[in-house]
Ligand binder design. Structure first.
Ligand code: ATP
Length: 248
């Protein structure tokens, strides 16, 4: 089998007596969208924070593009091609949508935050920043101050900021949380447009979105993988229906 972009082997994380991640393994190919689902408390957020490097696993390893990154901190993983879409708190509310993305472009280019005021007038930042806003459907909102954006627009802006760091792997923790049907549909369309261009690990409770988008679905219960496969395989899995969807 070809070497995957992301290879996770035997990851374990305990909180006292709680086993939050129990011998978790995963392979994600370049361009693949892998969804991780599971009931509340299954360990999805704990897992994604270990993948991003914000939380160190007790044991196991994470290999990215052939390099062992298990002990690399989050900022080093970000430079190496990981991007995580954080909660909306990562957006600078008083800046416009465009300025937020320009800041991410600038960070990727290695400029310090101190240079921001000059750099924000730099056309070398302006064009790519607009390009990323276009990719997430926010070009028409470029000049709007971030606090004025709707919830769905803020989530799209976060993704534009993540894209500005030119990642090979995007980690998304519940991007549809708190969205109505229209906003969710827009987010599904956005993620569908990104699929294939970069690898995505998506943690999401919205099952319709997951089954519509995922190349591969991994089901976690109590930190353990109880099933993995295509959307159709997982949807039809009797164990999943019983343990997770509450059927049978
Ligand atoms: P949800 O869908 O509700 O967000 P989740 O699948 O993301 O849940 P986690 O938040 O990763 O699950 O939690 C997994 C388990 O680890 C839970 O039993 C939780 O109570 C426990 N846990 C998570 N973080 C901590 C912590 N910092 N200290 C102690 N226990 C924790």
């Amino acid at each position: 089998m070809a070497e995957p972009l992301l290879l996770v082997e035997g990851l374990c994380k305990r909180y006292g007596g709680v086993v939050a991640t129990d011998d978790f393994s995963l392979r994600v190919a370049d361009g693949e969208l892998c969804a991780i689902i599971g009931p509340n408390g299954a360990g999805k957020t704990t897992l994604i924070t270990q993948l991003s490097g914000e939380l160190a696993p007790d044991s196991g390893r994470i290999v990215f593009a052939g390099r062992d990154v298990t002990r690399l901190p989050a900022h080093a993983r970000a430079l190496g091609g990981f991007a995580r879409s954080f909660q909306i708190t990562s957006i600078f509310g008083e800046f416009t949508a465009w300025q937020n993305v320009a800041l991410a472009v600038q960070a990727q280019a290695g400029h310090s935050f101190r240079l921001w005021r000059n750099a924000s007038r730099d056309p070398a930042l302006a064009r790519p920043a607009l390009g990323f806003l276009e990719q997430v459907g926010l070009a028409g909102r470029a000049g709007v101050v971030a606090t004025e954006l709707s919830h769905g627009e803020k989530r799209a802006l976060e993704i534009a900021m993540a894209l500005a760091t030119r990642p090979r792997l995007l980690l998304l923790d519940e991007p549809m949380a708190g969205m109505g049907p229209e906003e969710s549909a827009r987010m599904v369309a956005l993620l569908a447009s990104l699929k294939g261009r970069l690898a995505i690990v998506l943690v999401e409770h919205d099952m319709d979105a997951v089954f519509a988008l995922a190349d591969r679905v991994v089901v976690l219960v109590s930190g353990r993988v109880i099933a993995a496969g295509s959307s159709d395989e997982v949807r039809a899995d009797a164990g999943v229906r019983k343990a997770y969807l509450g059927e049978g």
